[in-house]
Design a protein around this ligand. Structure first.
Ligand code: HDD
Length: 720
């Protein structure tokens, strides 16, 4: 090995004792100290950063000290550098997935059970902890768009393995809109803001998107997913991740397998209601990115199980769909999931731009033991990502700190814009007289493609099973719970109502009618489409596991990291509130006190005023949509006050309408009953389940009457 290779290798070995990517990034982290001197980019100390160099006319004739502002000078190299650097702060945003946020973490497999499929140590060596960087994103909107729009979410993972970087550039939905990469520009042009008026932003609710998907029925399955609750996740931490494309795994000695990659969130798969999502877009456009960093910073590290589905190469053609078609899933009943590892995010970025914005993923980044398939979408992606990174970040984008591998990198690529490394060598080609940069044979870890026999006729076409587009769309629709189906109808109804062209919204009813007759009728009635008289295609009636979100409820109900608003005003019952809050906090929920002012609020302890507590926010500054649950403590004066406050009444009504957990005690219950106009006897959950609570009401909520006796009971109820 060359001396360059050896020194990098040595540095690398020392690094791997800790999270090697974190150590690696530290090489580039500058932590300014207090009174850190300001310098130019070329290192000269700056004496004044507030005034451009000018001619100042001092009034020399009079005795006064008055000065007149004169012209600014082009000569000011310090001012010019500051403005030039500012002028060039922006780089082209990603053509899709521009809005995103990222975090660091690690990946570990449980054992070596995947070694029957692959020799890649990242998937088989349980003594390894592989550093990762994950970037979540929306697709349609630009960098400044809102987080909770209806859209697909990107779920891109960079594994910094000891054999090089491996990227899974996935989504939160297991299928895609198109089958062949050559259609991607058409799809993206259709979904993005329309060319004549650049409308709409962060939405697919417009003529061009629905025009395209109506004429491109291969998108039908994916459209079902995006219009379902999956399109509006509650949090990045509560959504699945999928590699989507079919890759291959290669074992040390044996037969190749096709593989699909899955990430399954520990907290379950949860969504917002569409009404909540719409409101949060305005109330807190950064809702998802804040949620991610708040969870990590408070120690509630997001976790996903990593699972694979594998099919031996010999069984490639035994299914009634093509396993290389990215518009199809591999139903779990046919190809079970094997959980082999865990992904954890435990560190937020230090600076957004150099990490989250400059991170760049490529589906073509695989490591030995992992390979591609002939999935025509994947083949095109393997070309597209590398290309786009060059236009976004320049030829040397892989040298940027966030992108560079933690293992040694050496080759004869050179030059290009913004080269970072300086290579001390007389040769930059192979073969060379110094034996520098020698290719590594397979047995020493060199990447070798799987030897595959191929034959065929060169033509622009797709396999015959790629022609069927509705079986899996039906499978998805049939597998949803009744409420999920209702949400789906509303969502498509919303979107088609935003299409003004009758040709567009009418023709999509035909696509829906090929999926399900009732679905097509329900949407047609809403949007003034032609209500079909008979089904366009018979529904096969089959269902599959893992498509409804209900299949992902955590084994143990949990309120970890859920945001709970405690509505208080002067005179609330402090002892009771503190008991409830302690119970919620010990179950790792995050409680916020919301009062009439962000200041001290005076509670009652028995008949007297107790020590003041500080409200985190005031009623007007937040909305119920930003919380998962509400609790209203007892207290006569307090309840009288909030009952007169329209904003609080709205808080409670809105939370009730969004089926949120609502807890109340004593007078709080009367208030609740009054504002949501509950009949006296509503009792949805059996009170016996909840020790110490006398009455339980509302769809997912709880009202307690009488004396509060067991604080843990409230936690129990909120789990429901
Ligand atoms: Fe893509 C970005 C996911 C099909 C071309 N894509 C991008 C990102 C994700 C995906 C998560 C953001 C990565 C990041 O956070 O930086 N894309 C997918 C999935 C697909 C898919 C799951 C289907 C299986 N993409 C796809 C096709 C093409 C592209 C067919 C082109 C032929 N995708 C791109 C891109 C982007 C991108 C233009 C924009 C920014 C980037 O690559 O880095 O090249």
């Amino acid at each position: 090995m060359s001396s360059i290779g050896q020194s990098v290798e040595k540095a690398f070995t020392t690094m791997t004792s800790k999270n090697s990517k974190v150590v690696d990034l530290q090489r580039d982290i500058l932590e300014p100290r207090t009174s850190q001197p300001l310098t130019t980019d070329h290192g000269v100390k700056v004496a004044d950063t507030d005034n451009w160099l000018k001619i100042i006319d001092s009034d020399s004739e009079s005795k006064s000290e008055s000065k007149k502002n004169g012209p600014s000078l082009l000569e000011d190299q310090i001012g010019r550098e500051k403005i030039h650097r500012f002028d060039h702060e922006r780089i082209p945003e990603r053509v899709v997935h521009a809005r995103g946020t990222g975090a660091h973490g690690h990946f570990k497999v449980f054992d070596d059970r995947a070694s029957k499929y692959t020799f890649a140590p990242v998937l088989t060596d349980s003594s390894r902890t592989t550093p990762v960087f994950v970037r979540f994103s929306t697709v349609q909107g630009s960098r400044g768009s809102a987080d909770t729009v209806r859209d697909v979410r990107g779920f891109a993972v960079k594994f910094y393995t000891e054999e090089g970087n491996w990227d899974i550039v996935g989504n939160d939905i297991p299928v895609f809109f198109i089958q062949d990469a050559i259609k991607f520009p058409d799809f993206v042009h259709a979904v993005k803001p329309e060319p004549h008026n650049e409308v709409p932003q962060g939405q697919s609710a417009h003529n061009n998107f629905w025009d395209f998907v109506g004429l491109q029925p291969e998108s039908a399955h994916m459209v079902m997913w995006v219009m379902s609750d999956r399109g509006v996740p509650r949090s990045f931490r509560m959504m699945q991740g999928f590699g989507v494309n079919t890759f291959t795994l290669v074992p040390a000695d044996g037969k190749r397998h096709f593989v699909k990659f899955h990430f399954i969130p520990e907290l379950g798969v949860h969504s917002l209601l569409w009404d909540e999502a719409l409101k949060i877009n305005g109330q807190d456009p950064d809702f998802h990115r804040k949620d991610l960093s708040e969870a990590i910073e408070s120690g509630a590290y997001p976790k996903w199980k990593f699972a694979i589905q594998t099919i031996p190469e010999s069984e490639q053609h035994k299914f009634d769909f093509d396993i290389l078609d990215a518009t199809k899933i591999w139903p779990q009943e046919l190809v079970p999931l094997e959980e082999i590892g865990e992904l954890v995010l435990d560190r937020v970025v230090d600076e957004f731009f150099p990490e989250t914005e400059q991170v760049a993923f490529c589906t073509s980044h695989v490591v030995p033991g992992i390979g591609f398939s002939d999935d025509p979408l994947l083949q095109g992606r393997n070309f597209s990502y590398f290309d786009t990174q060059i236009s976004r970040l320049g030829a040397n984008w892989e040298e940027l700190p966030i992108n560079r591998p933690v293992c040694p990198v050496f080759n004869h690529n050179c030059d290009g814009k913004s080269r970072h490394r300086i290579v001390k060598s007389e040769v930059n080609y192979w073969p060379n007289r110094k034996d520098i940069g020698r290719p590594v044979p397979e047995e020493k870890g060199g990447y070798v493609e799987y030897a595959e026999r191929l034959q065929g006729i060169k033509q622009r076409a797709r396999g015959s099973k790629f022609q069927e587009h509705f079986n899996h769309a039906q499978l998805f629709y049939n597998s949803l719970a009744a409420y999920e189906k209702a949400h789906l109808v509303s969502a498509i109804g919303f979107e088609l109502s935003h299409c003004e062209d009758p040709d567009v919204y009418r023709s999509y009813i035909n696509v829906l009618n090929n999926i399900d007759f009732d679905l097509a009728k329900a949407v047609a009635v809403k949007v003034n489409g032609d209500v079909p008289k008979k089904a366009g295609r018979e529904n096969h009636g089959r269902t599959s596991k893992g498509l409804s979100q209900l299949d992902f409820l955590p084994k143990e109900p949990t309120i970890v990291s859920r945001r709970i608003a405690i509505l208080i005003s002067d005179g609330f019952n402090a002892v009771e509130m503190q008991a409830v809050r302690a119970a919620l906090t010990s179950a790792k929920a995050v409680c916020y006190l919301i009062g009439p002012r962000r200041n001290h609020i005076r509670p009652m302890v028995g008949q007297d005023f107790g020590p003041e507590v500080f409200a985190d926010h005031h009623f007007d500054s937040q909305r119920s949509t930003l919380f998962d649950a509400i609790y209203i403590p007892s207290g006569e004066e307090h309840v009288k006050t909030i009952a007169k406050n329209g904003r609080v009444v709205h808080w409670v009504r809105e939370a009730f309408g969004h089926c949120k957990a609502i807890a109340a005690v004593g007078e709080g219950v009367d208030f609740l009953r009054e504002v949501v106009r509950l009949p006296g006897s509503v009792d949805l959950f059996t009170p016996s389940r909840v020790q110490g609570i006398d009455e339980v009401v509302t769809s997912y909520g709880v009202v307690t009457t009488g004396k509060y006796s067991a604080s843990s009971a409230v936690t129990d109820v909120l789990n429901i």
